[in-house]
Every structure is written in C-alpha cells, then in structure tokens.
Design a protein around this ligand. Structure first.
Ligand code: NAD
Length: 457
C-alpha cells in the first residue's frame, strides 16, 4: 500500500527527474519566494513560537529564527552564481592534455527533520541550502511546537508547489516513516539518540545523512581571563531561549580559586539581564511540562548530592518559567554532568591546572561547541590544537553559528556533516568530477598489446 508520504515523495522525485537541470534563475526565484513568505508570515510565526513555548521573547524569535534565515538567503543569493560555476581542476601530467572539471549538481529530493528549540531556523536554514543547490524538499518539523509547525506548513504551501517543497507534520511515528523514505539526502537536527535511529533508517536506503546533534559544550575560563567579561558572555549564551540551545555553554571549567567570583559574575549578569527576576518578559519559558520537570529533577539531584545552588530570585509569573541557576562543583556522576542540560542551569567545575581542564574536556565526547576565555594567543592555540569540537568561539559564546561564511556542524557524537553558506550548498550538491579526453590521447600508450613494456613489468 502506498502511503501519503510515499506519494508526496514520488511526485517530488518524478518532478525532479523530469527537470534535473535547475537554473540559477529558478533557484533565485525559489529563494525569493521563501524570503517573501517568511517576511509576510513573521508576525504569525513569532506569535506561534511564543504560544508553543507558553512564552518566548519576540526579540529572540526575530533574531535567531527569522533574521538568521533571511541572512542565509541573502548570503546564498549573493554567492550562488559563483557556487554553481563549473570549476576547472588540475590535470596530472600523465593525463595531459585532457581537461578536468567539477560540476555541482542537485541531488534530487531531500528530507529535513527539525527540532522544536529554534523551530523556524532549524527547519528553514537547511532548506535555504537545499533550494540553493537546486533540490526539492520535504520537511518534517517538530510535534512539540505544533502551532509553529502548522504556520510553517501553511506558509510553505502558499509559496511552493508540493513538488517543490512539502511539509509533513506529526510525531515520532510519522517521523520514523519519513526517515525511511528513499531520499537523495536526509538532514536531521535533534538529539543524539534519535539521530542514531535516523542514521539507521537512512542506511537501509543508502541515503546519505547530515546529523546535527547535541551534547555537552564546555566553556573554559583560563587563569588569565577577564572574569566579568567571561561571566557575562557565558550567562548570555545560557540565558538565550532559556538555555534550550544546542550550542549553549553546558558547563563552565574555572580555576578553583576563581569559582566563587565566577559564580558571582554569572549571577550578576543574570540579574542584570532579568531585573524583574524570572518573570522578566525577556526570559523564555521551557517548552513543555515534561521538560520543566526534567530540569527540576536535575537540580534536585545536584542538591541532594551536596552541590551548592545559586538561583535567580523572584516570582515567575508563568508556571513554565525556570529561574536560571548556577551549581557549584557538582559530582561528576549525576545526571546534570552526564546529560546535555538544555535549560538555564550552569554547573561550575573547578580545576587545579589548565592541563587538568584540558584532560576533562578531551576525556569526553567531542562537543558541538567549545568556548575558550583567554587573552593569551599561545594558550588559545594550544587548546585549538589539542581539542576536537564542532566549532569554537573564543571570548564569547554561540556566535560562530551566525557566520554564513563558516561551516556549522558537529563531530562524532555531536554530529556529522555541516551546513550554512557555501558548505550548505555543497552538502546538498553532488560535486561531479568530469574528465574530457583530448584528441591526442597520451593514455593510448597504455593500450595492449604491451610488447615493449612486458620486460619492464
Ligand atoms: P528530538 O531528537 O527529540 O526530535 C527531533 C525531530 O526528530 C522531531 O521532529 C521528531 O519528531 C523527530 N523524531 C522523533 N523520533 C524519530 C524517529 N524515530 N525517527 C525520525 N525522526 C524522529 O530532538 P528535540 O528534543 O526536538 O531537540 C533537542 C535536541 O536537538 C538536543 O539534543 C539539541 O542539542 C539538539 N539540537 C541540535 C542542533 C544542532 O544544530 N546541532 C540544533 C538544535 C537542537
């Protein structure tokens, strides 16, 4: 029996096969349609995101969900002609005078599965790259932000034919059937556990995957760092979207003697950002009761195991607001230090020497992001050379994600593959090598019979 999903996929696939060459104009037109639709839907999307979270600051939705995607579109439009160009490649001496080139080509129909935490950005930023590369797209947004997913589906249906871009909504069952479709590429953003399932489903079709996953991203405050500056930027990265950010600083490594001043700097920054306390309109709520209960459990376990907790005080004004917290020196075996936190809780882990801090980081999974706070160039270089992470920001947090000029992705358990800007275009393109033989063919000397060569071989 053919399911609706399979029919949608078959139609998109047939349309791509009927028109495999996708001109620059067509691609630019699709990007323009996406930008126009996004601008028109902006108020509805921002309201839907706030409803889905039970509260989310409009400024954060605009900056990180809408503007980031518009920025990706602008960047792609500006550079697409050059990205699409057939590139000449060097020819090894023995093949001269043949010619070699690399032709970027659309892959076909790509699937995108997106999470709830930045429900617009993480659905549309990969779509920008896929459309720029000339593909057709099927999107499966998160069921945890249903109003946003419906608004996205409506917006995309108004701007594209279902053969160009189709949205499929639903929970894990739909998602699982979706990931079993024989896409030409499957792009997944979400948890490492579900990413594993997606990779398995895709492997059955030999569908290549990009996995944008999570993990525990450390912030490392080195001995000479400016504590106030570090505290403020770490608190900012943790407060954004109430810590529900894949690249949020998950925990802070800090020289033992500086742990208390560091905690003060971070708490001071939280109080500065949210002078009204947790009820501040500038603090997002947690996405669901289940996620809120999980954060409560993480803190309760830390407290029960003797860790000191500092918390932003004041009324919350919303049952799903979680007051940002700093946890001093929690034991390493509790859930807070084992799982990705994904909420506004910041453990501070004291260290006695920078070598010990480095060993702490390298003994764990390669993180999605690493944040270094140091003014010393040699120290920065040492850490860059001795750690592996998806990306790095030095003396700030999270901002490398906003650079269209840089690849964004994880490594190992935090993900595989990357996107944004040209990297995204190449992720969704087949870079086809082509050799054009010349009339005078130097390789003719390698044709049998080998007569004169036999003795030498
Ligand atoms: P999730 O893995 O629970 O869900 C993500 C998507 O997968 C949803 O659309 C869901 O419906 C779908 N899904 C669920 N079961 C599936 C299955 N069996 N097969 C296929 N798809 C399935 O993640 P989440 O809770 O929405 O997001 C939070 C996680 O995402 C965190 O771990 C975070 O670090 C990570 N994340 C990573 C990035 C990144 O860019 N690397 C960005 C945002 C979030």
């Amino acid at each position: 029996m053919t399911t609706e999903l399979e029919t949608t996929f078959a139609r998109a696939s047939a349309a791509q096969r009927a028109a495999p060459v996708v001109s620059l104009d067509t691609r630019l037109d699709r990007l323009d349609r996406l930008a126009t639709a996004l601008l028109a839907a902006e108020p509805r999307l921002i309201a839907a995101m706030s409803d889905d979270f039970s509260h989310r600051p409009a400024v954060e939705s605009r900056l990180y969900d809408i503007d980031l995607v518009l920025g990706e579109i602008r960047h792609a439009k500006q550079h697409l002609k050059r990205w699409m160009r057939v590139r000449r490649a060097p020819v090894p001496l023995i093949y001269k005078p043949a010619r070699a080139e690399i032709r970027p080509q659309p892959l076909g129909v790509v699937g995108i599965i997106s999470p709830w935490n930045f429900p617009v950005q993480l659905a549309l930023a990969p779509m920008v790259a896929a459309l720029a590369a000339g593909n057709r797209v099927m999107l499966k947004p998160s069921e945890l932000t249903p109003r946003t997913s419906d608004a996205l589906a409506e917006m995309l249906a108004g701007a594209f034919s279902p053969e160009e871009v189709a949205t499929v909504t639903g929970g894990p069952e739909v998602a699982s059937a979706f990931s079993a479709l024989p896409f030409d590429h499957l792009f997944f953003t979400g948890s490492t556990a579900v990413g594993r399932k997606v990779a398995e489903a895709a492997a059955r079709n030999l569908t290549p995957v990009t996995l944008e996953l999570g993990g525990k991203s450390p912030a490392v405050v080195l001995p000479g760092a400016d504590l106030d500056r570090a505290g403020r930027r770490i608190a900012w990265g943790k407060a954004m979207n109430a810590g529900q950010v894949c690249v949020a600083p998950d925990y802070v490594l800090v020289p033992r003697k500086k742990m208390l001043p560091m905690a003060d700097a971070i708490m001071g920054a939280f109080m500065h950002f949210f002078p009204e306390g947790p009820e501040s309109p500038d603090l997002a709520a947690v996405v669901s009761d289940r996620h809120l209960a999980r954060l409560d459990t993480l803190l309760a376990e830390a407290e029960a195991r003797g860790a000191k907790i500092l918390r932003l005080e004041g009324p919350s004004g919303n049952a799903r607001k979680f007051a940002p917290a700093v946890v001093l020196d929690p034991p390493p075996d509790i859930a807070l230090m084992q799982e990705e936190i994904f909420g506004p809780i910041l453990p501070l882990i004291p260290y006695d020497s920078p070598e010990e801090a480095l060993a702490f980081v390298t003994a764990r999974d390669h993180p999605l992001a690493l944040y270094l706070f140091s003014e010393d160039k040699a120290e920065q270089a040492h850490w860059l050379d001795h750690t592996i992470s998806g990306g790095v920001t030095i003396n700030d947090t999270t901002i490398h994600v906003g650079f269209g000029s840089l690849p964004f992705g994880g490594v190992g358990p935090s993900g595989q593959g990357a996107y944004h800007g040209r990297t995204g275009f190449e992720t969704f393109s087949h870079l086809k090598p082509v050799v054009r033989q010349a009339k005078w063919n130097g390789m003719a000397v390698a044709e049998p019979p080998f007569k004169g060569w036999r003795k030498r071989a």
